[in-house]
Every structure is written in structure tokens, then in C-alpha cells.
Design a binder for this molecule. Structure first.
Ligand code: KG4
Ligand code: ZN
Length: 410
């Protein structure tokens, strides 16, 4: 059987990501996985500015795509034989229509298409939601344009599902057989699984009954856990993104430096449902910082203690609710996904609690580099979706869906 190659494109937030995966006989290899971060652009604003994200995606998509193709040995000149030039030129007209609102991207795409050959790609997978609509569109429109120009089928992918499948990605260079073997052995003891998706935009508990069969059982009523990390970090004068900044400060905290107790609430820890709420925690951080300033306390010295307490508060609520849900639904595994799953303290405490309270439950979390947004997870999700009857879409019909939910099979 010939290799099956999937190109993944992801632009739902502030990472411009392109990845190429090769599948053969149930095994896969990551041929390239590039993420161009916009952190520096958004940092002065303390959060992602949608219009800037759109502009940056437009600027970066073609250079990132080119590099991804090159790393995968799929970038070849010349573009096409003279005989087919006429047909290609008429397609370029359509591409101008597809990208009429992405002028910067269009200017980079046309010379790229004219210069390089159609690569040996069998499927284009692109995130179509959930996410910031202005950020989603350039990725979607590039995928539509490539699908039309190169005549390659298109499969729209749910970003949250991507974060779930990110658990089955292992680094470039890892043995393809061991990668695929890991998902096969796991899957026997996987379902029902309780997944916690924790990112800058989402905090959801999802019961996974089988591959592709999801039931949302709880979610945040206001801010996402990552958003709480980001907003609290801003209140402490730490950089953006706030999660890694808070984690780094919390690491400096040692109990021996402890001057007086700093206590923040654990929102909805004991509520009967599986919902979360983190906006009150951010407000509590604000009041606490104001109180400490009034008391003329040296905030600088207290930052590690404050960061430690913020991290503990968020993590305790996440862990407690997930464990409760796993018990109720008799989960065989607990699966993490999303940027906050890069938090080492969260992983350590999760692992300890699962060992203590649910010894037989398998704990699955992504490699750190695959926790945050990337396109390899989008390409891998496409492969699973295809195997499970996922439908390809005509480029004419694909639109961004900023509030897309995970599919529930009743
Ligand atoms: O999944 P992701 O890259 O993008 C979204 O889909 O939102 O997640 C980004 C979020 C940010 O809020 C960031 O602060 C948080 O993940 N994050 C972390 C850590 N690394 C990233 N939060 C806590 N600890 C970390 N080490
Ligand atoms: Zn994400």
C-alpha cells in the first residue's frame, strides 16, 4: 500500500502551525511539525488580539507551509508543464476570490503556487473551530485554496478533538511502529475515558465512549483555566502567556520562605455538577494584590507564594472534578489535553491522586510540545476521523465555526 500523507493546518488562536504526517500500514511518522508563535506580537496587550492574529497568520502561513514541505522533502520546482498552464491560470482567478479578504496571504500564495509543484499530499486537514473567527479564517482559506488548486480532498477538524488526539503524538524521529503500537495497546483499556481539555479558551470535561463518540459533562461557566492563568499573571505583572510564567514563579516558592498564609478560593470545588468557574478566582487575586499593596507588603517578594497559590487553586479544582467525574462514569482512563496540560505541577498532582484514588485507571497526557496548539494533532485527528467515516468537504462549503462543539453520538 502506498503511503498516505496528510497536511495539517491550524490557526485557531495565536500559533500559525503546519504539519505533515505520513501513514503506512497503521503506523505513522511526523515528517514535519512547525509552529510559528505570535507571543511577541500579543505580549504588550497581555492577551491575544484577534485582528493582529489574523494579520500574523496571513504573513506567516506561506513561509511556514514552505518550510514544512521542505522538511518533508515535498517541495519541488518547477510548478507545472506549459501544457497545463492555461488551466492553472483559470484556477488562480478562483483563488483570488477565495482569498479576497486575506490580501496579505493572497500576495504570498500566488507566487508560491506558480513556483512549486503539487506535492504528494493525499489529504488537507484544517481546524475550522472552535477558536477566534478572525484567526481561523486565514488557515481555512489557505486550505480551501490549496484544495482547489492542487485538487486534494479537504477534511475540516475540530480543534478540541485535536487536543485529545495529541496524546498519541510522539516526537519527530521516534520509531513509527512504537508510536502506533502505543495507541493500539492503550485503546483496549481506554474507554470509557474521561477527558479534561484545559486551554486558553476551554475547560471541558468530556466523556469519551469510543473513538469519536463524545459527551460533554461539564465546562467552565466563564473563564477557561488557561485564561485564569493568563489574567492572574497579568495582575502580578508577569509576562504573557501567563501559564508558563506562573509555573516558573511557583517553582521558586519554597515553604521555608513562607511569611504568612496566602489563601485563595477553590471555586466550585464542592458543587454537585461538573462545571467550573474561574473568573471569581482572578478577581480574588486582584483583591488580594490590592490588599497586600495597602498593607505596604513587598509584592515582589510575595510573587512566588502568590503564583504557587494560584496554580494550586486552579489545579486542585481541575483534579478534584475530573476524579469525581471519572468515578461516576467508571472511566478506565483519564486523558488530558490543551495548553494547561503542559503544567508540570498539574501532571504530578494528577498522577499522585490517580494512584491513590483510582489505581487501575490509566493516566494519559500529551508530550509537553504537543499540549499547546500544533498542526500535527490536526493531521492525526484527520486520520482517525477518516477511519471512523469522517466526511471530506468541498472547498466551496467550508466555513469557520468559532463556537463549534464536539460531536455527540446519541
Ligand atoms: O491549547 P493552547 O495552546 O491554546 C488554546 O487552544 O487556547 O493553550 C494556551 C493556554 C494559555 O492560556 C497558556 O497560559 C496555557 O495554555 N499554558 C499553561 C502552561 N503552558 C501553557 N498553563 C499552565 N502551565 C503551563 N506550563
Ligand atoms: Zn488549543
Amino acid at each position: 500500500m502506498r503511503n498516505f500523507i496528510i497536511l495539517g493546518i491550524e490557526t485557531s488562536c495565536d500559533e500559525t502551525a503546519v504539519s505533515i504526517l505520513e501513514f503506512k500500514k497503521g503506523c505513522f511518522r511526523i515528517l514535519s511539525n512547525l509552529v510559528s508563535s505570535q507571543v511577541k506580537v500579543h505580549a504588550p496587550f497581555g492577551g491575544v488580539v484577534p485582528s493582529l492574529a489574523k494579520r500574523e497568520h496571513q504573513k506567516n502561513l506561506i513561509p511556514v507551509l514552505k518550510m514544512a514541505l521542505k522538511e518533508a522533502w515535498l517541495l519541488k520546482t518547477p510548478a507545472f508543464a506549459k501544457a497545463t498552464a492555461g488551466r492553472q491560470n483559470s484556477k488562480l482567478k478562483t483563488i483570488k476570490q477565495i482569498l479576497e479578504r486575506d490580501e496579505i496571504l493572497l500576495k504570498k500564495l500566488i507566487p508560491f503556487l506558480k513556483k512549486y509543484q503539487k506535492p504528494g499530499i493525499d489529504l488537507i486537514a484544517v481546524t475550522y473551530g472552535p477558536g477566534l473567527a478572525p484567526a481561523l479564517w486565514p488557515g481555512i482559506n489557505l486550505a480551501r485554496a490549496l484544495s482547489h488548486y492542487w485538487q486534494i480532498p479537504l477534511l475540516p477538524i475540530n480543534h478540541l478533538e485535536g487536543h485529545i488526539y495529541a496524546n498519541w503524538l510522539t516526537p519527530i524521529g521516534a520509531d513509527a511502529k512504537s508510536q502506533s503500537a502505543s495507541w493500539r495497546t492503550n485503546s483496549k483499556h481506554l474507554f470509557p475515558a474521561m477527558a479534561l481539555i484545559v486551554s486558553g479558551g476551554h475547560t471541558q470535561l468530556i466523556l469519551i465512549k469510543n473513538w469519536g463518540d463524545y459527551k460533554l459533562i461539564g465546562e467552565t461557566r466563564d473563564d477557561a483555566a488557561g485564561e485564569c492563568f493568563d489574567k492572574s499573571a497579568r495582575l502580578l505583572g508577569l509576562g504573557y502567556p501567563g501559564g508558563p510564567a506562573i509555573a516558573a514563579e511557583a517553582n521558586k516558592f519554597s515553604i521555608s520562605n513562607f511569611q504568612f498564609p496566602i489563601k485563595l478560593p477553590r471555586p466550585m470545588l464542592n458543587s454537585q455538577d461538573f462545571d467550573f468557574s474561574f473568573s471569581g478566582l482572578k478577581t480574588a487575586v486582584l483583591y488580594l494584590v490590592e490588599k497586600l499593596k495597602k498593607e505596604k507588603k513587598n509584592i515582589e517578594n510575595l510573587i512566588p507564594a502568590l503564583a504557587n497559590e494560584i496554580q494550586n487553586s486552579i489545579n486542585e479544582v481541575l483534579i478534584s472534578k475530573t476524579i469525581k467525574a471519572a468515578k461516576k462514569y467508571k472511566a478506565k482512563s483519564i486523558i488530558l489535553g490543551g495548553g494547561v496540560a503542559a503544567n508540570q505541577s498539574l501532571l504530578n498532582r494528577f498522577s499522585e491522586t490517580i494512584k491513590k484514588e483510582l489505581a487501575k485507571v490509566q493516566f494519559i497526557f500529551p508530550e509537553r510540545k504537543f499540549s499547546t496548539d500544533n498542526a500535527a494533532m490536526i493531521a492525526l485527528t484527520a486520520y482517525f476521523n477518516l477511519k471512523n467515516g469522517g466526511r471530506k468537504t468541498n472547498w466551496k462549503n467550508l466555513e469557520a465555526d468559532a463556537n463549534l462543539r464536539l460531536k455527540e453520538i446519541k
